[in-house]
Design a protein around this ligand. Structure first.
Ligand code: MRU
Length: 344
């Protein structure tokens, strides 16, 4: 399986592949501090739940290095502030807060500032390496669910471009393809940001995995004709009962899949699981500008006076999910006790 790198860590610079330009241009931007990484996340230059967590960890490592604090308590205060600004950029994916909390968890007021700075670099590099390992495990665990000859629909981009380098949902498809299974991927275009058309199709094309692009509204049609054997998506936050937030449009796919008796899988690592939230009702949904719906590549597609809405995510209730694919294995309902057993 090939590893595509959406970020490159160059101690102490983070090169970010600007995903807003894909698939037409491959251009990297160099980030040297937390505010630059925060801006790249906010502007969707880097996106995808696990990736924004990893990038935030590297952002803190860069801010730590630049800090002039002499006393550990001042350094810790400064890092908390940097962490807060990063967490505020996107509210739905819990991976961001998970990574920042994990970094801040290494801070001990009894240690020297120099020691704390070293801990930050070590921890950020560990978070990155673990995600890559988890991508592989998710791929291997999930591939067992994909039959030879299967047509699998995916939504948004839960691929290499959303993680350390292989993806979650797409790691499963990569692994199935690498095992020699003949699969075809139905790629939902994913309005309004077009992560499916621009990013998932790009990844599938780069790897030579057979795929077809469809608009989001075509999913029900192909399901009703018996053309789809399974749906697999990533996640931005999974609550303790298994309710799952993912890219807007995921919920509709889950309902359609249930209506047609098609298995609906969610692939995600531990960093996406939020056991503090009892259900999806508590997941904050990011509201983005309606202009992202009204304009496509800068061109208006609706009258000027029309107002557009843009919730960036929706929540799929756990009862529509056939199984969760994680680095620890495939988890089937009831999710509540099984998630606690595997991840607490
Ligand atoms: O708004 P985005 O592009 O960051 O949304 C991404 C998704 O919804 C992905 O499916 C999710 O983050 C999982 S990525 C492994």
């Amino acid at each position: 399986m090939k590893t595509l790198s959406p970020i490159r860590w160059r101690r102490f610079r983070l090169d970010v592949l600007d995903q807003t330009l894909l698939p037409f241009r491959k251009k990297s931007i160099a980030c040297r501090n937390g505010p630059q990484v925060a801006a790249a996340i906010k502007d969707m230059k880097l996106r995808g739940a696990p990736l924004i967590g990893i990038a935030a960890a590297f952002a803190l490592a860069m801010d730590a290095r630049r800090s002039r604090a002499v006393r550990s308590s001042d350094f810790i205060e400064e890092m908390r502030r940097s962490g807060d600004s990063l967490v505020k950029t996107r509210p739905t994916a819990v991976n961001l807060k998970w990574a920042v909390d994990r970094m801040l968890g290494t801070l001990d007021p009894g240690a020297s500032v120099a020691d704390l700075k070293t801990r930050f670099v070590v921890e950020a590099e560990k978070i990155y390496a673990e995600d890559l390992k988890n991508n592989r495990l998710i791929g291997r665990n999930g591939a067992k669910l994909i039959k030879n000859g299967a047509n699998v629909l995916t939504h948004c981009n839960a691929g290499a471009l959303a993680t350390a380098g292989l993806g979650t949902a797409l790691a499963v498809l990569r692994a199935a393809h690498a095992e020699g299974k003949k699969i075809q991927v139905y790629v939902d275009e994913t309005r309004p940001y077009l992560q499916g058309a621009r990013l998932t199709a790009f990844e599938m094309a780069e790897e030579g995995i057979p795929h077809v692009l469809i608009t989001d509204s075509m999913a029900g049609h192909f399901m009703s004709k018996g053309d789809i054997d399974a749906v697999i998506v990533g996640a931005d936050r999974i609550a303790a009962n298994g309710d799952t937030a993912n890219k807007i449009g995921t919920y509709s796919l889950a309902v359609l899949a249930r209506a047609h008796g098609i298995p609906f899988y969610v692939a995600a690592p531990a960093s996406t699981i939020d056991l503090r939230l009892p259900s999806g009702a508590g997941i904050p949904i990011e509201m983005r500008s309606g202009d992202e719906v009204k304009f496509i590549f800068g061109k208006a597609i609706a009258p000027k006076e029309t107002k557009a809405l843009h919730p960036a995510f929706d929540v799929t209730p756990a009862n529509f999910i056939t199984a969760l694919i994680t680095e620890k294995g495939v988890i089937r309902p009831p999710f509540g006790p099984r998630l606690r057993k595997s991840f607490l």
